[in-house]
Write a protein that binds this ligand. Structure first.
Ligand code: ARG
Length: 283
């Protein structure tokens, strides 16, 4: 029998992506990377980079499902599909966005999930930002590493554990993020397998660092400079690590661990505070 836990890991290559039809950094800034004045997005370039990302995922065997966003004229950040929900099996625990600038995305994602055979759940009164703040790792993907602080309220964790409980007994590990540049856990922690992950320890408070080291995952550190290239916001498809251009140091680390780095220029998405991983959601 295939266990629920295996279903989580086997789903690793089935991804949702949202076409960046109305993607921009013009009207607002909700993280330190966004600067509408001096760093506006070139949308044509963003579209090229997004297409390149999608093609690359498919070339290495990933399966991409695209959600169109033609009607999402007011929600430029909807391209960051990772923030839609945390998914376990066929259940999606939807985001409840902290900033009003993203709140309208929830209904659009909800419709997509329900039209595509997922059951949806999740509260709207407690902030929680989907897989951007919830990554499966730990033996047989039995842990949900959940970022809290900048975007997700710790009170969401208990409800997630309850709502996504499928009898397989996973544990939610709350991880406090303390650096405004690393405002989602997926920009500071990158599972390569269920027992191996890259991380930038400085993004987490000391107690969290201690706790994360004790969950049966080998944690391989990257530097502040590496993390600044969004090296932890990398997308892993089997043994490939699809990521924004980074330092040779990170490349060597990844190769030594038996993985192959594949670089994509994600400059336009970096201007909004994201890279390859947050343009995708494991479904
Ligand atoms: N501009 C978006 C925001 O601030 C970027 C989201 C990036 N997503 C992520 N999972 N790291 O919300």
């Amino acid at each position: 029998m295939v266990s629920i836990a295996n279903r989580v890991s086997a789903a690793a290559t089935r991804l949702l992506m949202v076409r960046p039809t109305h993607f921009e950094v013009v009207k607002y800034s909700i993280n330190p990377w966004m600067d509408p004045e001096s760093k506006p997005v070139n949308r044509d370039r963003a579209m090229e980079q997004w297409n390149k990302l999608k093609d690359t995922i498919e070339e290495v065997g990933g399966e991409v499902h695209v959600m169109e966003s033609d009607k999402a004229t007011d929600w430029p950040d909807i391209v960051f599909a990772s923030n839609a929900a945390v998914v376990r099996g066929k259940k999606a625990y939807l985001a409840s966005f902290l900033h009003p600038e993203r709140r309208g995305e929830r209904e659009i994602y909800k419709t997509w999930f329900e039209d595509n055979g997922f059951e949806t759940c999740g509260r709207t009164d407690i902030a929680f930002e989907g897989a951007g703040d919830g990554l499966w790792c730990g033996k047989d993907y039995s842990r949900l590493f959940a970022g809290v602080g900048p975007r997700t309220d710790p009170r969401a964790l208990e409800d997630i554990a309850k709502q996504l409980d499928d009898g397989s007994g996973f544990k939610v590990v709350g991880c406090k993020l303390i650096d405004p540049r690393f405002y989602h856990i997926d920009v500071a922690f990158c599972p390569l397998s269920d027992e191996l992950a890259l991380w930038f320890p400085g993004a987490f408070d000391p107690v969290t660092q201690h706790n994360m080291r004790n969950e049966g995952v080998e944690l391989v550190p990257v530097t502040h400079e590496d993390a600044g290239f969004f090296s932890c916001n990398a997308l892993v498809v089997s043994k490939n690590v699809i990521m924004n251009h980074t330092t040779t140091r990170v490349a060597k680390t990844i190769e030594k661990l038996g993985y192959k780095p594949i670089y994509i220029d994600m400059s336009e998405f970096v201007k909004s505070g994201g890279s390859t991983k947050c343009c995708t959601l494991q479904i």
